[in-house]
Design a protein around this ligand. Structure first.
Ligand SMILES: Cc1cc2nc3c(=O)[nH]c(=O)nc-3n(C[C@H](O)[C@H](O)[C@H](O)COP(=O)(O)OP(=O)(O)OC[C@H]3O[C@@H](n4cnc5c(N)ncnc54)[C@H](O)[C@@H]3O)c2cc1C
Length: 432
């Protein structure tokens, strides 16, 4: 059985190398470096650049980028098969130059930045020399961007930004932030905000605190609560035009969501492999756990759920390649995004259960993965919102029933069928 999904032999050779490299050289670094984006960590500086050099040498650096930015222009389907492997390691995306939020921020800069901005920020970002943050959510509003109140006003040839942002991940290490702010207060709800590039050392930016998620120590908090007070950026640091911020944000989140999902496949497979190994080795009442039918059910359910999710991801990747239009696959991406936390939660929770007290301890990763599933259900949009988007777009393909009864009403269908085949029914009755 396994996870077989055939691809062309040349690309399979690359996948085999990635598989070996991640297992042998990158996953061990996960045990030593807790945040590979922390460019100031001396151990990170020692361990990660040599791995990045090997990826570059192999020609696999920043594969998600189009050829115009030095990438290979791999389609999403190939990226999916590749990211499945990278998902086993939290360090691997940094080693391969495709970590969030930098990959999405690079996408925005490439599409909407001026030549000067691209030179100053995009090039070092794509090269892995700097990292960035995305600063959109506010303390009083996350899911509903119309509640954001951070303002940017044009004073001469500078924008002046004031407000607070919440959960701007990795801002503490970032060289620049991409910030959403209200510039057109009188416009319609989705045309009020604009997107800016803000260098992290601009006066007036204060990190109030770096918030850690449950289960992490406070010191390692990666999600910045930021205050912007009279932060001045040049007029050309606006991305995509006045009032276009919301539209720009949407283009960015499309790619990130699907890549995250691709990597989640790899992560849940790790949990699955651990679950199977333990079920085969732990003996109780004279036989391994693997012989207990309730444990077998957990293993079967997990494999089915992982493969169902994976096929949804692969189909979405295929549709992105086919239409090259994120708007057209928005509902597919919402489906993937809504399914992702559930599959991680359910498989990690079963792996935890099968490992018993060891599973619940912090000597195994399962508790952290279960908690991570809740983060996944929020970052890049809450599950409920993605389900709502999906349902809305699915319902748009259907019509309300024309009459009093629904079109599936059996008596009406039988009557229609009788009418359609009246002559033959008549013949059959006479023949009988
Ligand atoms: C790990 C992590 C990293 C993040 N990184 C970033 C980042 O780098 N930059 C950034 O700007 N933001 C970031 N965020 C914030 C993220 O975008 C928000 O958490 C998300 O938009 C939800 O907003 P909220 O947390 O304020 O929840 P709320 O909007 O308060 O929603 C709370 C809950 O209410 C329910 N709900 C909300 N709206 C609806 C609805 N319309 N219908 C039904 N139910 C609803 C959902 O259950 C939801 O979980 C990150 C979040 C996490 C967890």
């Amino acid at each position: 059985m396994g996870w077989d999904f055939e691809t062309d032999p040349d690309f399979q050779a690359e996948l085999d190398w990635i598989d070996w490299f991640v297992r042998a050289e990158v996953q061990p670094v996960d045990m030593l470096v807790s945040n590979a984006r922390d460019v100031r960590d001396p151990l990170r500086a020692e361990l990660i650049p040599p791995l990045q050099a090997k990826v570059r040498e192999r020609g696999l650096w920043a594969c998600h980028l189009g050829p115009e930015l030095g990438g290979l222009g791999y389609g999403q389907l190939r990226l999916a098969l590749m990211n499945e492997i990278l998902g086993r390691s939290h360090t691997a995306p940094v080693v391969f130059g495709c970590q969030s939020p930098d990959s999405g921020n690079a996408e925005i800069l490439a599409r909407f930045g001026t030549d000067v901005l691209r030179k100053r920020y995009l090039e070092p970002l794509v090269d892995g020399r700097i990292v960035s943050a995305f600063s959109m959510t506010e303390p009083q509003g996350g899911s509903d961007p119309t509640q954001f109140v951070t303002r940017a006003e044009l004073h001469g040839d500078e924008w002046v930004i004031n407000g607070e942002k919440w959960f701007s991940s990795h801002a503490r290490y970032a060289s620049f932030l991409i910030v959403l702010a209200v510039t057109e207060p009188d416009a319609g709800p989705h045309r009020r905000q604009s997107m800016f590039v803000v260098p992290a050392d601009t006066p007036g930016i204060t990190i109030v605190r770096n918030v850690a998620v449950a289960g992490q120590d406070a010191e390692s908090g990666a999600h910045a609560y930021i205050r912007y007070e009279d932060v001045r950026v040049p007029a050309d640091h606006l991305l995509g035009g006045r009032g276009q911020g919301f539209a720009v944000a949407q283009t960015r989140l499309g790619g990130g969501r699907i890549h995250h999902a691709m990597r989640t496949v790899g992560l849940v497979r790790e949990a699955f492999a651990m679950m199977c190994e333990r079920a085969l080795s732990r003996v109780t009442k004279g036989e391994p756990l693997a012989r207990k039918q309730l444990v077998q059910a957990m293993i079967a359910d997990s494999w089915i759920e992982i493969e169902q999710f994976r096929l949804l991801v692969l189909r979405t990747a295929w549709r992105i390649d086919r239409y090259n239009d994120y708007e057209r696959v928005r509902a597919d991406i919402s489906a993937v995004k809504a399914a992702m936390p559930k599959v991680l939660h359910d498989v990690a929770a079963r792996a935890l259960q099968i490992h018993g007290s060891l599973g619940v301890s912090n000597e195994m990763p399962f508790g952290a993965w279960v908690l991570e599933s809740f983060q996944m259900g929020l970052a890049d949009g809450a599950t409920e919102i993605h389900k709502t988007n999906l349902a809305r777009s699915l319902l748009a393909e259907y019509q309300p029933a024309a009459g009093l009864f629904p079109s599936g009403h059996l008596p009406a269908r039988r009557a229609a069928a009788r009418e359609q085949f009246a002559a033959r029914i008549e013949r059959a009755v006479h023949a009988g």
